[in-house]
Write a protein that binds this ligand. Structure first.
Ligand code: SF4
Length: 241
């Protein structure tokens, strides 16, 4: 087993930058490795001039983040193309515009890893780091990737005060990782819902519908609904607006 296997690498990285490097080199899930590399090879015509990232996408944001946003998985032509979470896709357009509006991002758009975007006190990650076919990782892939999330949470724990989970898939993945990282997660486990807020003993856990096009185009998640959750989580983290 190598350091870039999630079980070993996720359990031993003592530094977030090291963890991010190891995540980006992971090849544990054969189906996702094949898919992410195939997408990177074939590309979408609109991005034909891009050299796709085509690897796992690590978390993005400062190592001393007080707030964490947990999504689902990178988009095939978004994060899998640009190499940064929620960067270069419609979901990211919504998320970063909202983070900017509540004072947590230096700019409202995210287009590439060198676009100058800086996150203030917040980090963005996902429970599955490789783009999955149809945006649907399998439970086995979610579980295989969990050690990366667990170690990320352990490294963030000294500063972390709030977590926003986007969608039920992320919620199901995050709760066991939060419990394993040492937070007091109630039993039975709290159910996901938009606007749900759970106190995990010093950590505010917030549920929010995912910023996917399906939710934002249909109005299931409106900009105001997203802003309300982000503001509450920002305030719970003690971050300035
Ligand atoms: Fe590794 Fe996670 Fe990607 Fe699977 S989904 S290959 S565990 S980074």
């Amino acid at each position: 087993m190598r350091a870039t296997d999630p079980v070993r690498g996720g359990g031993t990285a003592g530094d977030l930058a090291v963890l991010d490097e190891r995540v980006a080199a992971c090849r544990a899930c054969s189906r996702l490795v094949a898919w992410r590399e195939e997408v990177a090879r074939v590309r979408r015509p609109a991005f034909a001039s891009w050299e796709y990232w085509g690897r796992p996408v690590p978390g993005f944001g400062p190592a001393d983040a007080r707030m964490l946003v947990i999504g689902l998985a990178p988009a095939a032509h978004g994060g899998n193309r640009t190499g940064r979470m929620f960067t270069g896709d419609r979901s990211g357009d919504v998320l970063y515009a909202a983070l900017h509006a509540v004072g947590l991002a230096s700019r409202p758009t995210a287009t590439s890893r060198d676009d100058g975007l800086v996150l203030r006190g917040v980090r963005v990650t996902s429970p599955v780091h490789c783009a999955p076919p149809a945006n649907k990782p399998t439970p086995a892939e979610r579980d295989a990737c969990r050690p990366w999330l667990l170690n990320e949470l352990r490294l963030l724990r000294p500063h972390l005060r709030s977590v926003v989970v986007l969608g039920g898939f992320g919620w199901q993945a995050a709760l066991p990782a939060l419990a394993a990282a040492g937070w007091d997660v109630p039993r039975p486990r709290p159910a996901f819902g938009h606007g749900v807020r759970v106190d995990l003993g010093g950590l505010g856990l917030f549920g929010c519908y995912h910023v996917s096009q399906r939710n934002t185009f249909t109005g299931l998640l409106t900009p105001d609904m997203l802003l309300d959750v982000l503001r509450a989580a920002r305030d719970a983290a003690g971050l300035p607006g």
